[in-house]
Ligand binder design. Structure first.
Ligand SMILES: C[S@@+](CC[C@H](N)C(=O)[O-])C[C@H]1O[C@@H](n2cnc3c(N)ncnc32)[C@H](O)[C@@H]1O
Length: 205
C-alpha cells in the first residue's frame, strides 16, 4: 500500500482543517483513487481542475488542496448553498450553480490546461456525461478525465446506469475521439470506500 503523498502544487501551510484531512472524504473515501490522481498530477502538473456534481464538496476540498485552481458545478440549489459553506475560505475554488454542460460551455475558454476533470454529475432524468465529454474533448489540449461510477470489466465495483444502460465504454464510445486518448480503469478500491468503478481518459498527455 502506497502512503498518501502530497502533490507538487499542494499548499502545506493550511490549518489542520485544511490539511491531509481534506483528502479523507474524496472520491467516496477511496484513498487509492486519491493516490492515483496525485500520481498523475506529479507527472503532468495539472494547471486547473474541474468537478461536475459538487454535492457536499467532499471531493472539492481535496481538489482545492491538490490543484492551483478548481472549478466545481452543481445544479441543485440546496447542495450548491451547502457546498459554498463547506468551501468558505478556499480562495482557489470557483463554485458555480447550473447545469454542467451549460456552465462548462461558459468557462471552457478560461480552463487552464493541462486540466484534470472529475465527472460525477448524475442522479436525475438528464445525465450530462456525454455532453460534458464532447465539450471537454473538443479542446485538443492535454487533460485527464476521470469518470466516476463507471463499469469496470471483470470487477465487482459499483457503477451507474442511465435509462437501463450501464455507464460503460459502449455508452460513451460514440463521443470518444479515435487515436487521441488512452483509457485506464481503476483496479482496486479501498476498504471502507463506496467500492466504485472509475475510467481515466488521458487526452494527448
Ligand atoms: C454523486 S453526487 C457528486 C458527489 C461529489 N462529486 C463527491 O465526490 O462528493 C452527484 C451530484 O451531481 C449533481 N448533478 C446532477 N446532475 C447535474 C447537472 N446536470 N449539472 C450539475 N450537477 C448535477 C447532483 O445534484 C449531485 O449533487
Amino acid at each position: 500500500m502506497t502512503a498518501l503523498c502530497t502533490a507538487p502544487n499542494a499548499n502545506l501551510s493550511g490549518s489542520a482543517s485544511h490539511g491531509q484531512d481534506d483528502f479523507r472524504m474524496m472520491f467516496n473515501q477511496d484513498r487509492y483513487l486519491v493516490e492515483r490522481v496525485q500520481q498523475y498530477h506529479a507527472r503532468h502538473s495539472f494547471a486547473s481542475a474541474l468537478e461536475t456534481g459538487t454535492h457536499k464538496a467532499e471531493t472539492t476540498v481535496g481538489l482545492a488542496r491538490m490543484f492551483p485552481k478548481v472549478y466545481t458545478v452543481e445544479v441543485d440549489i440546496n447542495y450548491f448553498l451547502a457546498s459554498k459553506a463547506a468551501l468558505a475560505g478556499r480562495g482557489n475554488v470557483v463554485a458555480r450553480l447550473g447545469n454542467s454542460p451549460e456552465v462548462i460551455s461558459e468557462i471552457l475558454p478560461e480552463l487552464e490546461h493541462p486540466l484534470f476533470a472529475f465527472l460525477d454529475a448524475h442522479w436525475y432524468d438528464y445525465w450530462p456525461l456525454k455532453d460534458e465529454l464532447m465539450l471537454l474533448l473538443s479542446v485538443r489540449k492535454p487533460k485527464l478525465i476521470m469518470i466516476h461510477d463507471f463499469r469496470v470489466p471483470g470487477r465487482n465495483f459499483g457503477f451507474d446506469g442511465y435509462q437501463g444502460r450501464p455507464c460503460d465504454l459502449d455508452f460513451i464510445g460514440d463521443v470518444l475521439p479515435h487515436g487521441e486518448c488512452k483509457y485506464v480503469f481503476n483496479d482496486r478500491t479501498a476498504a471502507g470506500s463506496a467500492n466504485r468503478g472509475v475510467l481515466f481518459i488521458e487526452h494527448q498527455l
